[in-house]
Structure formats: structure tokens, C-alpha cells
Write a protein of this length. Structure first.
Length: 410
């Protein structure tokens, strides 16, 4: 959208104390209200790897460079997020990153927000930027009205150079033939439980008819409340989440006694209704914040992905569920499958379902790639399987053939 003024003086008062005036002229000057980043290109990146001499045992650090433009940056204009589609190799120096170019619509002005305050400064391609945490680029239109924040994340393949292996630890008759169960972390171990059961570190909750029940040992249950719920979905630091019989997302902050409707950024008809899985983890860019991810299938059999950034400390609390539509140009969408399980492991989200492939997402559920590092063990038996990580950073897998597998880094 454009606006014409004669004469023109644009003052970008939003740039804290900086004011920009374009001057007076007898000619028409065109300014625009667009404030979108259209392209983002990395500059040269440094990479540091270690080499150990087989003769002396001495450790040598080897520095190399990467051509940043080889790592295409995806721009999500719905959620204003920018990230690399292919993981950067392990050892990439994220503390000193240069950006070779940022393109904007109609010459919008790009600034960079500080890591320690709300101050901003003009972005320059000569800047060395610390990307060890996601950075916020603030874009101002040339008409000086409003701004838009883009969160830019650089993702590194942390599994490179690590050895991961599966080991079969048991085959149990009491774990055979299940179809509506899932594996959950509980205490310092994992347990195969009914689909209606969700757990935190030391408490379990289940839906028994209309009763919401709580247990500290998965054996003795206490009724906490009564609610019209279809399914319990998961637990965050400050709440239990469920799908109501009215089709709405619900939250309880008092162990299931009372339930409130969650806030959604899209219509509730886009919520999944079957094969739903949820996982959560500590969202490090913000203090006292969970990142909640929910994936499942809708009534048409399409995959639906939702996320919530949930702050539970300080003055700002809550957050809303945001629908993450599958971009038609995204070649790495998670396929439709049944018996879906999600778990957060080694800074990635892992998904496993009926197609017997473990997919990993390094960008919080936007793209999903088949993982070679966590490929299922050969000789695995079973048609249904579930995946979970315990508090000791071990990955567990249980199949409906009763097989129990343990996966861990070496």
C-alpha cells in the first residue's frame, strides 16, 4: 500500500531516540506502509571442529568457513519467524554471525533488537551478531507507522558426531496386543498407559468417564473434578490440557478441579480430533515459559499442528494456541499416521506413528525430516509403537509385540 505526500518529512519516532527526515521537495514523494522481510541471507560462517592425534593424543581445534548462502532461510509470514531449512553442521559458531543481506518490501527499514533490553539499532551487513539465542529483527515501513517483529533462529545439527544406538532390553507378554496405549515419562522412568492418561514428572491424570482423577503411583486414583471432556492431551508446568466434548481446548490449573476454555488464534474446527499427541519443554528464550506442541488428525484426515508459548512466571502469564498451517511449498510436512507419539529429545521434537519412521523437527513443529540418527532398530517387531524420553535423557520405545527398546547417546 502506498501514500503520496507533497512535501514529505517522515519521522520514524519508533526508533527509540532516532529520527529520520526525508526532507522537503516540490515533487511528489511516495512512501509505503509495507513492513515485510522478503529475503534473508547468511554471510560467511565459522566452524570449529576437534581432531585428536592417534600418535600423541593431542587435541587440535580446526577452523573452517561455511558459505552461509548455501543454507536457505525460510520465512514464515504467518508467524513472522525466519529459520534455516537445512541444519547447520555441529561446531558452527553462532556467537559471531554475519548477514549478507536482508530484503524488504518497498524498502522497509530493518533494525535489530538488543538481547538485554528493549533498545534497537539499525541493522548492518557488517555486524557480527550473537545467534546463540533467537534474535528479533524489527521492521519499520517508510511511512513510519507501526512496525513488525521477526524472530530469527539458526538451527544446528547437535546430533552430528554423536553415536546413538538402540538396545533391546525386554520382551514382555503383558505389553503385547495393545492398540490405544501410549508411552509416558513418569518419575525417572517411562510407563505404558491408557490413552486417557497424561503425566507430569511425579503426577498422573486420567479421564474416567466424566471424572478427572489424579494419582502419584498410577495405581491409586483420587477424583479431582467432573468435566465434559473428550480426551486429556498433556501437562505443562502450570496446567493440564484437554479437548472438551464441545470441541474446545480446555485448561485446568488446579489439578483437574475446574476447567477454562483456552484462547485460539484460529477457529476450533481446525483442532485435531484423533491420534492426538502433545509434548512440552522449557522455552529458553523466555524465563518461566513452556513451549507446548500438539499434533493430530482432523475429521478430514489431515494433519493439524498447534503450538502455545505459555508463560507462567512474572507479570505476563498465559498465551494462546496458534495454528501452524502446513505450507504447500513445505517438502517436509509430517505425514498423516495413526498411533502418533511426540517427545522432546536432544533439543528436537521426535514423532513416531504407524508408518514406523521417526521424524525429527528442529524448528518446533514446522518441518519434519526422517531421522537417520534415530532410525528404528533392525528386527523391530510390531505394528503399533510408542516413543518417550525419560528424565535421564534416555529414549524408550515399546511395541504392541511386547518389545522394549532403549536408545541412548554414547
Amino acid at each position: 500500500m502506498k501514500k503520496n505526500f507533497k512535501p514529505l518529512c517522515v519521522m520514524l519516532c519508533a526508533l527509540v531516540t532516532m529520527t529520520s527526515c526525508l526532507g522537503n521537495s516540490d515533487e511528489d514523494t511516495t512512501v509505503y506502509s509495507d513492513m515485510a522481510i522478503s529475503a534473508f541471507t547468511l554471510g560467511t560462517l565459522n566452524r570449529y571442529t576437534h581432531s585428536t592425534s592417534s600418535d600423541t593424543g593431542n587435541d587440535t581445534i580446526i577452523k573452517s568457513t561455511l558459505t552461509g548462502s548455501n543454507y536457505k532461510m525460510a520465512i514464515d509470514q504467518n508467524r513472522y519467524r525466519i529459520y534455516n531449512q537445512d541444519l547447520l553442521p555441529s561446531g558452527t559458531d553462532l556467537a559471531h554471525v554475519t548477514i549478507s543481506g536482508v530484503s524488504t518490501v518497498n524498502n522497509a527499514i530493518v533494525t535489530l533488537k538488543s538481547l538485554t533490553s528493549d533498545s534497537i539499532r539499525f541493522f548492518s551487513t557488517s555486524d557480527s551478531i550473537d545467534f546463540t539465542t533467537p534474535r528479533v529483527f524489527r521492521v519499520f515501513p517508510t511511512d513510519g507507522v507501526g512496525y513488525r517483529d521477526y524472530t530469527v533462529s539458526l538451527l544446528v545439527d547437535e546430533s552430528a558426531g554423536l553415536s546413538f544406538e538402540w538396545k533391546k532390553v525386554d520382551t514382555r507378554a503383558d505389553l503385547q496386543g495393545w492398540s490405544a496405549n501410549h508411552l509416558v515419562a513418569f518419575g525417572d522412568s517411562v510407563r505404558l498407559v491408557d490413552q486417557s492418561v497424561v503425566t507430569s514428572d511425579d503426577c498422573a491424570y486420567r479421564l474416567n468417564g466424566t471424572n478427572v482423577e489424579c494419582s502419584e503411583d498410577l495405581e491409586n486414583w483420587t477424583v479431582m473434578g467432573v468435566a465434559a471432556l473428550k480426551q486429556l492431551l498433556g501437562v505443562g508446568t502450570k496446567g493440564i490440557f484437554a479437548l472438551g466434548t464441545d470441541g474446545m481446548m480446555k485448561r485446568s490449573e488446579d489439578n483437574g478441579v475446574t476447567w477454562l476454555d483456552e484462547t485460539l488464534d484460529e477457529d476450533a474446527t481446525l483442532l485435531p480430533v484423533s491420534d492426538i499427541a502433545m509434548t512440552s519443554w522449557d522455552y529458553t528464550p523466555l524465563d518461566s515459559t513452556d513451549y507446548l506442541l500438539m499434533v493430530g488428525n482432523d475429521v478430514q484426515g489431515q494433519v493439524r499442528v498447534w503450538r502455545k508459548i505459555s508463560q507462567y512466571g512474572g507479570a505476563v502469564k498465559g498465551g494462546k494456541w496458534v495454528y501452524m498451517p502446513v505450507d504447500l511449498n513445505n517438502p517436509y510436512a509430517l505425514p498423516v499416521q495413526q498411533h502418533l507419539s511426540l517427545t522432546y529429545y536432544n533439543n528436537k521434537v521426535l514423532a513416531l506413528g504407524s508408518n514406523k519412521v521417526i521424524y525429527q523437527s528442529a524448528d518446533q513443529g514446522i518441518t519434519w525430516k526422517e531421522s537417520s540418527a534415530y532410525a528404528l532398530p533392525s528386527g523391530l517387531q510390531g505394528t503399533a509403537m510408542s516413543l518417550a524420553a525419560d528424565s535421564q535423557n534416555r529414549l524408550w520405545l515399546v511395541t504392541d509385540a511386547g518389545e522394549v527398546w532403549l536408545g541412548k547417546k554414547r
